[in-house]
Design a protein around this ligand. Structure first.
Ligand code: PGA
Length: 256
């Protein structure tokens, strides 16, 4: 059975007082969830060590970013080792916003993946096509390129510490999630790509999350899809009630 994840990407939102409120509310709303679902949140870097003791123990804290460099003269960066030493459990890599804002190259992203896996961090590797690529019809080969460039230098053992998040750029923050048939088509194709490279065993235990306007209203329909193993949630993760409703939908659809 594949592991199911619901991860809240807080992005560059929430002032400190709001973080305190959200952590308190998450304690109230999430306490009844079974431990078989993996819940995570990614606060902004300075909040990471401070929110850890404020959250229920089963909510894992991840980072929104990590440096491609190991250490040293890299002003403004945070290394995988530093994150790991704080007890950070995972890091996002390749989110479309950071790819675009910081002009991250495929090579840099592959380096970030390697740096992270040298520590205890798990990697949530994000991929997704723009509307232009979607409309060109060539989205599967575009996504194949993103996976190949970012992940296929890993061996099978390392690959088992990677979670993939498919986030079509046209669905992020738009309020308009991809349609279930569009999501399933891509997730099934991605699992096939992993199987071709790493074999069926790795592919069948590999978690692939969907992200892009996941909300309580569309969560059950998304989690009902065979090849969806959870969600990366932006806007709806900033309110404990909607984040908890999404996690509950995952628990009930996946019978975990
Ligand atoms: P959204 O963001 O849920 O607000 O669309 C998802 C993401 O960017 O990870």
């Amino acid at each position: 059975m594949r592991k199911q994840y619901v991860i809240g990407n807080w992005k560059m939102n929430l002032a400190w007082e709001e973080v305190l409120d959200l952590c308190g509310e998450l304690k109230d709303f999430m306490h009844s969830l079974p431990k078989t679902i993996s819940i995570g949140v990614t606060p902004s870097s300075p909040y990471i060590p401070v929110v850890m003791p404020l959250l229920p123990a089963h909510i894992k804290v991840g980072s929104q970013m990590v440096s491609a460099m190991e250490s040293g003269a890299c002003t403004g960066q945070v290394s995988a080792k530093q994150l790991d030493s704080l007890g950070t459990v995972f890091t996002l890599i390749g989110h479309s916003e950071s790819r675009a804002l910081w002009n991250e190259s495929d090579q840099e992203l592959a380096q970030k993946v390697s740096q992270s896996l040298e520590t205890q961090l798990e990697v949530v590797f994000c991929i997704g096509e723009s509307l232009e690529v979607r409309e060109s019809g060539d989205y599967l080969s575009f996504l194949m390129h993103q996976i190949k460039a970012g992940l296929f230098h890993l061996d099978a053992k390392q690959m088992k510490r990677v979670i993939l998040a498919y986030e079509p750029i046209w669905a992020i923050g738009t309020g308009k999630s991809a349609q279930p048939n569009q999501i399933q088509e891509v997730h099934q194709a991605l699992r096939g790509m992993i199987a071709t490279q790493y074999g069926e065993e790795v592919a069948n235990s590999f978690s692939i999350l969907y992200g892009g306007s996941v909300k309580p209203e569309n969560a059950a329909g998304t989690f009902a899809l065979e090849d969806v193993d959870g969600a990366l949630v932006g806007g709806a993760s900033l309110k404990a009630q909607s984040f908890a409703a999404i996690a509950e939908a995952c628990v009930s659809q996946k019978s975990i």
